[in-house]
Design a protein around this ligand. Sequence first.
Ligand code: NAP
Length: 278
Amino acid sequence: MALILSGRELAREVTDSIRTRLAGAPVPGLAVILAGDDPASSVYVASKEKACHRVGIRSTVVRLSGLTDEASILSRIRPLNDDPSVHGILCQLPLPLGIDRHTVASAVHPAKDVDGFHPENVGKLWRGQNGLFPCTPLGVMGLLRRNGITLEGRHAVVLGRSDIVGKPMAAMLMMADCTVTVAHSRTNDLPSLCRTADILVTAVGRPGMVRGDWLKPGAVVVDVGINRLPDGSLAGDVCFSEAEAVAAAITPVPGGIGPLTIAYLLLNTVNAMEQLTR
Ligand code: NAP
């Protein structure tokens, strides 16, 4: 049976360490721009606010209508960039139709870009420089390290090439000396490719797509996918019951990577404050 890689414990450790760091320190500020009334986005933003409150980060939510245009969003970002009490800024995705997320990401000051989407931070990630990087892949790296998983020289396959998960994940694994292959919806023969992975990270959004016979025995499987099933339950991209019999280690869904994303958002905010107030 595979070792279960719990994200909940690491998330708790990360938030405890933030609380310790913030004892007697100035209060960091996180500003979240929420445009529109997408129910999932509202839930995510509420969870972020709650998590901020628990560790002593002041969070402000700028709520805008779903009819907001790009110019209005940009005009709300500018004062936040200049506000010394705000150390982190994020624009909750998805943005309303017609708004270019790259333009919005580029408008956030790179030193306050706690989602790690600004081109300056993307470039720093690929160049191996310090910067603010996307929270979900940071969580994956934290979980692999915490569990003593060897990365150097191992073949990592990343399923998915999004800007939020797949691409930064590939960059981080490469910087950690893995040999990385990135796969996507046009990749031929995914099962054979996956069977060559020592470390498989899935960020696809297709429940149960990765079957047990897609895995190399002893592989480490990190399932980033969070998919809502018709009965309301959550499932990952990996068929967990089959995979846990083959893998050496595997993340569950829920309770794997999910809890780490917010924990690393808090960490990015505290790191941003420390850099900005140096
Ligand atoms: P996304 O932007 O939709 O990207 C999905 C990627 O999967 C794309 O690169 C796509 O390929 C690829 N793909 C889709 N169908 C495929 C198939 N049949 N075979 C191979 N590749 C396929 O999604 P995302 O934002 O990266 O999120 C991915 C999953 O992670 C979702 O379930 C999401 O809910 C979850 N997620 C979880 C967290 C967390 O906190 N744990 C955070 C973010 C996302 P193409 O590029 O060719 O279209």
